[in-house]
Design a protein around this ligand. Structure first.
Ligand code: ATP
Length: 206
């Protein structure tokens, strides 16, 4: 029996937006994945800002965003561990719970990919999974340059070019805090959740 082809998509998702959903769907299609597993981080070690929503609220928003796509699933694995959320630990854990024939592909945006050489035990990560690096507007990316800092990475990497949506959680937190439009950039169900819980109104500019 052949195993499932699973995309692992980690992030802060503070909040989840259409950029996240669109690239997950693009990668699923391009690599013929059976599933994309969204894994909200308790805390991302390389991110400076404190998240605006609680970890459980971010998880709930990702669940709402993924509910209508049967190929999307959400894992609370990182939220059940004490932070920081190291991807290497997540992948080890997933490997232990999945059939050995499962194929794991790690999905990351171009901005996050530039930081890869600083990731915790990155060489172990490269041995465990294939990488998909997705283009992102305003974040030029050069795989040959990354290869000079992380030899071997290009052999394990597929580049996916688009859809290039200039949407970011940082901009959306600012928009929410200043009552500017966010509709069509955040799924309706997630926006309803944000409004209901009064999220991102005060601390977003911090
Ligand atoms: P923030 O603005 O708070 O840094 P973000 O919009 O980058 O947040 P994250 O949750 O940090 O969202 O992103 C998770 C992953 O998705 C990262 O690998 C990031 O590079 C990627 N990503 C996020 N938005 C996009 C986008 N619009 N296009 C391509 N990749 C994206």
């Amino acid at each position: 029996m052949t195993g499932q082809r699973i995309g692992v998509y980690g992030g802060t998702f503070d909040p989840v937006h259409i950029g996240h959903l669109a690239i997950a769907e693009e990668v699923r299609y391009a690599l013929r994945l059976d599933q994309v597993l969204f894994v909200p981080a308790a805390h991302q070690p390389l991110k400076g800002h404190a998240p605006g929503a609680t970890p459980l609220q971010r998880l709930e928003m990702v669940r709402l965003a993924c509910a209508s796509n049967p190929a999307f699933a959400v894992s609370d694995l990182e939220l059940r561990r004490p932070p920081p959320s190291y991807t290497r630990d997540t992948l080890v854990s997933l490997r232990q719970h999945l059939p050995p024939t499962s194929d794991l592909t790690l999905i990351i945006g171009a901005d996050a990919a530039r930081d890869l050489p600083r990731w915790y035990r990155v060489h172990e990560i490269l041995r465990m999974v294939y990488l998909v690096i997705v283009a992102r507007p305003d974040h030029p990316f050069d795989l040959a340059e990354l290869e000079t800092r992380l030899p071997g990475v290009s052999l394990r990497t597929t580049l996916v070019d688009g859809p290039r949506l200039a949407v970011s959680s940082t901009d959306l937190r600012l928009r929410l805090a200043t009552h500017r439009p966010t509709r069509c950039q955040i799924p309706d169900a997630v926006l309803g959740y944000i409004r209901h819980h009064g999220l991102y109104l005060r601390d977003a500019l911090a």
